[in-house]
Write a protein that binds this ligand. Structure first.
Ligand code: MN
Length: 255
C-alpha cells in the first residue's frame, strides 16, 4: 500500500505530521506537500510557471518532499509519475472544518478531488474546533479517524470520481459520539470588505469578517460535527444540478 500524504497548510503543519504518522501504520507513506500555506486556494492547476520540488524532513525526522505548487499541484505531480504507484491520497489534517460550501475553497479538499481526477481514491480530513478555540490542537482523535476511513477505503475501494470529505470534532476519542455519513451542507459566510489605505493614500482591501457558521440541517456535515459525530461526506466532481437540468429544457434559448 503506497499512500501519498499532502495538505494545504504547508509541509511543516502539525496536522500533516499527525496524519503521516498514522498512515504509516497502513503502508508506505510519501509526503509531498506545499512549502507554504495554501488554505482557501481552491482547485489549482499551475500552468504558467515551472514547479520545483525539494527534499525536506518532518519534525519526526522522516523524509518528505515539498513543492512551490498548490496542494492539487502536489497531487498531480505525484500521480503523473514523481511518486510511483500511489494507491491512496490522504490530505490534511486541516485545523478548521471543511464543510458545506468550503469544499470549493478548500485546498485540503481539492487535493482529494485531484486524486480522484487522477484515478486514485482521495480522502480529505479536517478537525472542527469552535471559533472561540484557543491554543494547540490535539490531532490524535482526528488522525485515528483518518486511519479508520483509510482502512475502509483500502478494504472496500471507492467508486470512481468519488472523494471522501471527513470532518472530526476536536474531542478526545471517548467523547466522540460515533460516525455519520452526511451530505454537504450550506455555509453562512460573514465576509466583510475591509478597506485600508497605503502611505500614498491608495486603497487596498481585505476580505475580512467573522468566522463562518452553517445551517444546522439534519443530515448535513455541520449537523454531525456540531453534535459530536465524525462526518463522512461522499463528494463527486459532477456539480450538475439535475433538477435544473430538466427545468432549463423549458427555456427558449433561441429567441
Ligand atoms: Mn488549511
Amino acid at each position: 500500500m503506497q499512500i501519498l500524504v499532502t495538505n494545504d497548510d504547508g509541509v511543516q503543519a502539525p496536522g500533516l505530521l499527525a496524519l503521516a504518522q498514522e498512515m504509516r501504520k497502513l503502508g508506505e507513506v510519501t509526503v509531498l506537500a506545499p512549502d507554504r500555506n495554501w488554505s482557501a486556494s481552491g482547485h489549482v492547476k499551475t500552468m504558467h510557471k515551472p514547479l520545483r520540488v525539494h527534499d525536506t524532513r518532518l519534525a519526526d525526522g522522516n523524509p518528505a518532499l515539498t513543492s512551490d505548487g498548490a496542494p492539487s499541484d502536489c497531487v498531480a505531480l505525484a500521480l503523473l509519475g514523481l511518486v510511483k504507484d500511489i494507491d491512496l491520497v490522504v490530505s490534511g489534517i486541516n485545523p478548521h472544518a471543511n464543510i458545506g460550501d468550503d469544499v470549493t475553497y478548500s485546498g485540503t479538499v481539492t487535493a482529494a478531488l485531484e486524486a480522484v481526477l487522477g484515478g486514485v481514491p482521495g480522502i480529505a480530513v479536517s478537525v472542527h474546533t469552535t471559533s472561540a478555540f484557543q491554543g494547540e490542537r490535539d490531532y490524535g482523535s482526528s488522525a485515528r479517524a483518518a486511519r479508520r476511513v483509510a482502512e475502509l477505503v483500502i478494504a472496500n475501494g471507492l467508486p470512481p470520481r468519488l472523494a471522501l470529505n471527513v470532518n472530526v470534532p476536536h474531542l478526545p476519542d471517548e467523547e466522540i459520539k460515533g460516525w455519520r455519513v452526511t451530505r454537504q451542507g450550506v455555509r453562512i459566510y460573514k465576509d466583510e470588505l475591509v478597506v485600508m489605505h497605503d502611505p500614498k493614500g491608495k486603497p487596498f482591501y481585505w476580505i475580512g469578517g467573522e468566522y463562518p457558521t452553517a445551517h444546522l440541517d439534519e443530515g448535513s456535515d455541520y449537523y454531525a460535527i456540531e453534535h459530536g459525530y465524525i462526518s463522512v461526506t461522499p463528494l463527486q466532481l459532477d456539480m450538475t444540478n439535475h433538477k435544473a437540468l430538466t427545468d432549463l429544457q423549458e427555456w427558449k434559448f433561441t429567441p
